[in-house]
Design a protein around this ligand. Structure first.
Ligand code: PEP
Ligand code: MN
Length: 345
């Protein structure tokens, strides 16, 4: 249930509503928007005396929230979430995700070795990428496939922060690694296969770094929003939603990239939305068109796989862009972003 306050309702009115709600054993969540304040009620709603609330001074209306996600919903949280990403190097400019700028997160599927990360990061930075992506803990379908360099990989990603200066996004697969990843990474990625690992989501709710949730291979957008709800409810409000394609019957693409997810999530939620056209399509030649389309559809960021030599990549070579193609795409994205009133960065 949410209580919409009248325009200009003062702090004393907001406090009075919060106090009454607290008396009933619920938690008030005050969200101050530019226009007006809304107070979300969290807890057992059977305890709420709706007419009593409606009669209070300063209250405009009391509305039931029919959606199961509350704190992730735009209805509940009038202001869009803008996530601040501090600079990797002292003196550099910080980034924001969810504002007018569109952020490009680029890098290899897997961290393969130190030289590759340092050289590729330097190239990507020069080409205008904003964050470095790279998997150190890899969720592979086969137990015999490369599982990632683990902590060593995280160290290389982290090392480039002081040399090249790109903030880092990397995946956490296990609750036991959460604290370590949260310490080294700027953004914590939860892979599609772990989107409903609720134990992991609760642990990440206690971390002080933003969490990017990738949509599960067979999950609805409502389920994605409910996973975001887990993280927010556990204490971390900095959640990013990522569309990365879902399983369908279509074999021409690895997954079916659901770009309509972008406007739907933007309508339903205040959280930033990122699109991953690399895993979404599985083929490098489809990545640029879908990346351009994602920005046109309103995405706040892109997650792109780039490899110095895709033919020899340890994982996901077929969907990886070469550095040259990445550079070309950045120029195109600048133009698309401009056409929809945004910019890169
Ligand atoms: C990845 O981005 O490295 C990855 C494994 O993606 P997904 O979880 O979407 O399959
Ligand atoms: Mn990959």
């Amino acid at each position: 249930m949410i209580v919409v306050m009248q325009k200009g309702a003062g702090d004393d009115r907001i406090q009075a509503v919060s106090d009454l709600v607290t008396e009933w054993g619920l938690k008030p969540h005050v969200s101050r928007g530019e226009e007006r304040t809304v107070i979300g009620l969290i807890g057992d709603e059977s305890k709420v005396n709706e007419p009593a609330l409606e009669m209070m001074s300063g209250v405009e209306k009391v509305m039931p929230v029919l959606k199961p996600y509350k704190r992730a919903s735009l209805e509940f949280h009038a202001q869009r979430t803008v996530i601040k990403i501090p600079p990797a190097r002292h003196g550099d400019r910080g980034l924001t995700l969810g504002g007018p700028g569109v952020l490009v997160m680029a890098g290899p599927c897997s961290v393969e070795n130190r030289d590759m990360i340092l050289a590729l990061a330097a190239f990507l930075k020069g080409a205008g990428a904003h964050l470095l992506r790279g998997g150190a803990f890899k969720p592979r379908t086969s137990p015999y496939a490369f599982q990632g360099l683990g902590v060593e990989g995280v160290r290389y990603l982290s090392e480039q922060r002081s040399v090249v200066g790109l903030p880092v996004i990397t995946e956490v697969m296990d609750v036991r690694d959460a604290e370590m990843i949260a310490e080294f990474a700027d953004l914590i990625q939860v892979g599609a296969r772990n989107m409903q690992n609720f134990a992991l989501l609760k642990v990440l709710g206690r971390c002080r770094k933003p969490v990017m949730l990738k949509r599960g291979l067979a999950n609805t957008l409502e389920e994605l929003l409910m996973s975001a709800e887990y993280v927010i409810n556990a204490g971390n409000e900095e959640v990013i939603l990522c569309e990365r394609g879902i399983r369908t019957f279509e074999p021409f693409t690895r997954n079916t990239l659901d770009l309509s997810a972008v406007p739907v999530l933007k309508r339903e939620s205040h959280l930033p939305v990122v699109v991953d056209p690399s895993h979404g399509t599985g083929h490098w030649d489809l990545v640029a068109p879908m990346a351009r389309a994602a920005v046109a559809a309103g995405a706040d960021g892109l997650l792109l796989e780039v490899h110095p030599d895709p033919a020899h990549a340890i994982s996901d070579g077929p969907q990886s862009l070469t550095p040259g193609r990445f550079k070309e795409l950045m120029r195109e994205l600048e133009a698309v972003a401009g056409a929809v009133g945004r910019h890169l960065g």
